[in-house]
Design a protein around this ligand. Structure first.
Ligand SMILES: Nc1ncnc2c1ncn2[C@@H]1O[C@H](COP(=O)(O)OP(=O)(O)OP(=O)(O)O)[C@@H](O)[C@H]1O
Ligand SMILES: [Mg+2]
Length: 524
């Protein structure tokens, strides 16, 4: 029980007195969508020169709040005060012109335009004739785009077509674009979800600079651990409601989490029920792909969870994609259930019961306009069809409901179009879709990215259940605690090679890091 005196000492306050005038201040923000009350009476304020984190579970209302600030949505009720004036932004352009820039969670660059064109979309520098703007000044466009990219320390050509870039590179371009606006308020909705450690470092450096120059920054991320470095204050939302605000230094990650989910989460990982059998499911020998990976050997038993650890770009995803048939192999052998397989494309792999949940989930094709239920079952229609090939509605809906419940998807119904779900909840639909394929071997590539803490636990539990039912699981993850918490063994990658295969019980973070950075020890 909380003693009154303890409550008084809590750093979490609803109306903390501010020492400075906020640049932005929201009161009573409410947003009603058809069937969903996304925000209800939320308050929030932002000081110039502060980094203010907004935390909450998937679907808590974080992105909706940011879209109101940046003019994408208009509130159902509530007030927005910006630089001391009540304002209403009718469009993102209006907010942008007032000095508010946003990096959206779902990246929205134009694929067939160049990086420079994307950065200056609709604001291209033009050369002037008689004082009137005429042609787009291409040279200046490139030069200025490059300056913004250089500031982020990224090596992306301003001339590259956006469709040729990786997700992380797109994210960097979005950030460069936001920087080019020279905004006074900068909103970052999950900017690091697909960045490497090093890219995240560079971003943090830029955040520190912006902060020093007085920009107010809103920072949304499910990676709570990384926040300590940059965040000054944190505001928590739960179910569209305001929970509280605290100085970051005065609270703890556990405290933030318990406010997010409304209870304390003592366990980050479920107790493992699955035990690896002696039955080898997959045996991989001497896989090579020139310039990408070489001499890849490992085995996976039924019921085992094998981790792929390593730095980003070490070849983990590439090996998984090759086994799945998404990329070609130069040489090597894949023996699956005792049979040597020739996999030429993902269709072959799926037919054999091999599934790969990609880290690049955007490209996995959610049918955004279609309902939650249809998206879950789309890849395995025969499982919900009767013997005449007609969809059995009842079974179809039961399957969808099962996964919605299991993955804790926040949606008003299984008929809701997927595009109306929050970012993290869309991710869960893709995971559900793969689970319903009923595979024998499942690669999970960074499955918990962008997923809140509570739902992470649900995904770990599912992974364990899958293994317990005799499926082989490969978990590719950059989060070492996740690897240590969930796997039986871990294969550590460095520059396209496996430098060690370790028993998870007998290893630790330091040892894995050592092998990940290229230490060549013995190979058990
Ligand atoms: N355009 C819309 N129409 C209907 N419902 C919506 C719409 N946009 C968001 N919602 C709903 O509002 C709620 C809040 O969504 P929001 O995107 O703000 O969550 P979030 O906190 O950003 O979550 P995440 O961590 O998953 O990104 C969710 O239940 C979502 O399904
Ligand atoms: Mg969001």
């Amino acid at each position: 029980m909380n003693m009154p005196s303890q409550q008084a000492e809590s750093p979490w306050q609803a109306h903390a007195p501010l020492m400075r005038q906020p640049i932005l201040s929201l009161k009573g923000m409410t947003k009603q969508f058809p069937g969903v009350l996304a925000l209800s009476g939320v308050q929030f304020d932002l000081l110039p020169g502060e980094v203010h984190a907004v935390c909450g579970e998937n679907g808590a209302g974080k992105s909706t709040l940011m879209k109101i600030i940046s003019g994408v949505y208009q509130p159902s009720s509530g007030t927005l005060v910006y630089k001391g004036q009540p304002v209403e932004f009718a469009s993102p352009l209006q907010a942008e012109q007032a000095g508010i820039a946003i990096i959206h969670q779902e990246l929205n660059l134009v694929p067939h335009l160049s990086v420079a064109e994307n950065i200056f979309l609709a604001r291209e520098p033009r050369s002037r004739v008689l004082g009137l703007p005429v042609l787009v000044d291409r040279k200046r466009l490139r030069r200025e785009a490059k300056q913004h990219l250089d500031r982020l320390g990224v090596d992306i050509s301003p001339d590259a077509m956006v469709r040729t870039l990786s997700v992380a590179q797109c994210q960097m371009v979005e950030i460069a674009k936001a920087l080019s606006l020279k905004a006074e308020v900068l909103i970052m909705d999950e900017p690091t979800s697909s960045l490497t450690e090093q890219e995240t470092r560079l971003l943090f450096k830029v955040i520190h600079e912006l902060k020093a120059s007085g920009v107010g920054i809103v920072y949304i991320s499910h990676r709570l651990d990384e926040m300590a470095e940059i965040v000054d204050r944190v505001t928590v939302l739960r179910d569209g409601k305001y929970v509280g605000t605290s100085d970051f230094a005065a609270t703890t990650v556990d405290e933030i989490v318990s406010r997010m989910v409304g209870r304390s989460l003592d366990e980050k990982f479920p107790e493992r029920q699955s035990i690896p059998t002696e039955d080898v499911l997959l045996k991989v020998k001497g896989l090579n792909r020139a310039g990408v990976f070489s001499d890849i050997d490992f085995t996976l038993k039924r019921g085992e969870i094998l981790g792929f650890a390593g730095l980003m770009g070490a070849g983990r995803t590439e090996v998984a994609r090759a086994i799945f048939g998404a990329d070609p192999l130069d040489s090597g052998e894949i023996v699956f259930q005792g049979e040597r397989l020739a996999i030429h494309n993902p269709r072959d792999a799926i037919a054999h019961g091999i599934a790969y949940l990609s880290e690049d989930r955007k490209s996995q094709g959610l049918a955004l306009k279609m309902p939650v239920a249809a998206n879950m079952t789309l890849a395995n229609m025969q499982a919900v069809s009767n013997r005449f090939g007609l969809v059995d509605r009842k079974q179809h809906d039961a399957v969808a409901r099962h996964y919605v419940e299991k993955l804790n998807v926040r949606t008003p119904s299984i008929q809701q179009p997927v595009r109306l779900l929050s970012g993290g909840n869309q991710q869960k639909i893709i995971i559900g879709k793969w689970l319903f394929r009923q595979s024998k071997l499942l690669f999970f590539d960074e499955p918990t990215r962008g997923i809140d803490v509570g739902a992470k636990f649900a995904i770990y539990k599912i992974m364990d259940e899958l293994a317990a039912s005799g499926i082989g699981v490969v978990l590719i993850s950059s989060e070492l605690p996740e690897i240590l918490g969930m796997t039986d063994r871990v294969a550590v990658f460095h520059q396209g090679r496996i430098t060690a295969i370790l028993e998870t019980r007998k290893t630790n973070q330091e040892e894995i890091m050592r092998f990940a950075s290229g230490y060549q020890g013995h190979r058990p």
